[in-house]
Design a protein. Sequence first.
Length: 227
Amino acid sequence: REAMGAAFVTGAGCWRWRQEGAVRARSDAVVMSADAVCGRRQVLVAAAAAVAAAGAAGAADAPQQRWQLVAPAAAATQKKKKVEDFLVNVVQSERSLERSYSYIQNANWDKARTYVVYITRNLGLRSNMRSAAQLLDDEEKKVEGMALIGELENLLTQLDASIYTVIFIPAEEGEPLPPEARRYQNEAFRYFNMSKETLEEFLQLFEPDAVERAMNIALSRKEEIAI
């Protein structure tokens, strides 16, 4: 009986040990399953956060991308407007120069010189030409424009000097000009023609539509010259 009792106790102990082990195994499995669920949840949460972050970044970049498309166009429009603004006085100078021709022809020296001075001082021809030339995209045209500015400045100075000099040469009203006065008059015609050609050459460096718009604005302006 003792042996049987011992065997029973031993068998019962083994049975309890196996039972407890099974319980522990199930508990561990449950814990592992819970950990796996938590792990999957963390992965899903992380994935969702990544998608949200990507969406937020895309939304933040969208205005910048739109600005990158709009900004160059706006800058080009603004630049074109600046060129036209500078060309208005250049075109106006050409018109005023043309009006001086008839006064040179009729030996009305004071009025002829008034137009030349108006071009160089009031309209600021040189500074407007330089500002417009600096906005040219083509470097060769820009260099050519700067060279033409220097040429025109010299030609207008010579034109003004020719007209100014002839004022002091005595001449009878209604009589032909004295030879000396005629010589300066011819010089004035020559510098006038060269100045006009140089101005036209300068304007040809720019887009025709920009020059045309500048002309339309110049035509709408009133020439304020006290003659």
